[in-house]
Design a protein around this ligand. Structure first.
Ligand SMILES: *[C@@H]1O[C@H](CO)[C@@H](O)[C@H](O)[C@H]1NC(C)=O
Ligand SMILES: *[C@@H]1O[C@H](CO)[C@@H](O)[C@H](O)[C@H]1NC(C)=O
Ligand SMILES: *[C@@H]1O[C@H](CO)[C@@H](O)[C@H](O)[C@H]1NC(C)=O
Length: 331
């Protein structure tokens, strides 16, 4: 009697497993079908560089030796880009770190200017990483903008704050950012947007030409030159000097950048060496080994304090006045 009950139970269980298995197989097939349709659909409409990028012959620095575009005002057709992304809706993420006195000095201006100029008309999530939640300013954002605030641990030295950024970025990309946005930018907080910073800046892996060095021969730029550092770039090598105040790409690409830079930084720490420009040196090493797919002209990160007689009428983002003496003291 007892045996028979057990056998019936077992048979029922097997039946259940079989049903589940069938259902599972069925649903996978359905998913595959949908996926195929979707990928065919997007491939046919993929935006090509030649659809929107039109550098004129007289313009310098619009192309790299590996054929990545260098985006300047006047090289792109905004209308084509807007039309394309009206059909292919995207969300763009923007991470910004605010610690110590940087919070009160810069955060509000950075966010309210981003609200106005960064990806205007498109969905944006601003990720604020802050070491004191109670000092997060209240900022009224416009439509299509969301802000997410996270508390981070305090580091003692500003060099460590700047280097540990890579660790925090990678953790947040893994945990949630990769599911929430199509493209991600990481920016320094001590900057202010003053012009449209739009779709022309989006790409798989985006690097920013440094305003001080973009015309310089790579022999002259401040790469790390000590062979003991992971950030080492031999004299005569390298393409451009990139600014760590702005970098971006797809979330997976940003994750790779952050992880590789962090690896270099940690190995250097183990060997008691610190690269000359900290995380920026490691970022330059990364982009030396893995060429960015898009470069942004200095108009996308300008310094009015060091213009050297140069005038660009279409600055989109500039460095706020820096007061390192007071600000780099951690309170
Ligand atoms: C391009 O570079 C050349 C040589 O450096 C310079 O003479 C010329 O003025 C530059 N043109 C522009 C538009 O900046
Ligand atoms: C960019 O440079 C590469 C290599 O120097 C060249 O083959 C390519 O035609 C250039 N593209 C444009 C758009 O100028
Ligand atoms: C490179 O860094 C190591 C470790 O800090 C140091 O001992 C060495 O002298 C440096 N080499 C040069 C050429 O500066």
């Amino acid at each position: 009697m007892k045996y028979r009950r057990k056998i019936i139970l077992l048979l029922l269980l097997l039946l259940l497993l079989w049903i589940l298995h069938r259902q599972h197989r069925f649903s996978t097939k359905k998913l595959q079908g949908t996926y195929r349709c979707w990928s065919v659909d997007t491939q046919s409409k993929e935006l090509k560089l030649s659809d929107w990028f039109f550098p004129s012959k007289s313009m310098n620095l619009t192309n790299t030796s590996w054929s990545a575009p260098i985006v300047w005002e006047g090289t792109f057709d905004e209308e084509v880009l807007e039309k394309y992304y009206a059909k292919h809706k995207i969300t763009v993420g923007l991470t910004v770190f605010a610690v110590g006195r940087y919070i009160d000095h810069y955060l509000k201006k950075f966010i309210s200017s981003a609200d106005m100029f960064f990806m205007a008309g498109h969905k944006v999530i601003i990720y604020v990483l802050i070491d004191d939640l109670s000092r997060m300013p209240w900022i009224q954002l416009s439509r299509l903008r969301t802000i997410k605030v996270f508390e981070i641990k305090r580091e003692k030295r500003w060099q460590d704050i700047s280097m540990m950024r890579m660790k925090t970025i990678s953790e947040h990309v893994v945990n949630h950012i990769q599911y929430e946005v199509d493209f991600l930018f990481c920016m320094d907080v001590d900057q202010i947007f003053i012009g449209k910073y739009g779709l022309e800046t989006l790409g798989e892996s985006v690097a920013q030409l440094h305003a001080y060095w973009y015309k310089e021969d790579p022999k002259e730029v401040p790469y790390e030159r000590n062979e003991s550092s992971e950030a080492y770039i031999p004299i005569g090598m390298g393409d451009f000097y990139y600014h760590a105040a702005v970098f971006g790409g797809t979330p997976i690409q940003v994750l790779d950048i952050a992880r590789e830079c962090l690896k270099g930084i940690m190995n250097d720490k183990k060997n008691s060496i610190e690269a000359v420009w900290h995380d920026e040196s490691h970022l330059n090493k990364y982009f030396f080994l893995h060429k960015p797919t898009k470069l942004l002209s200095p108009e996308y990160c300008w310094d009015y304090g060091r213009m050297n007689g140069l005038y660009y009428p279409n600055i989109k983002l500039y460095w706020a006045v820096k007061d390192y003496k007071n600000l780099r003291v951690i309170t």
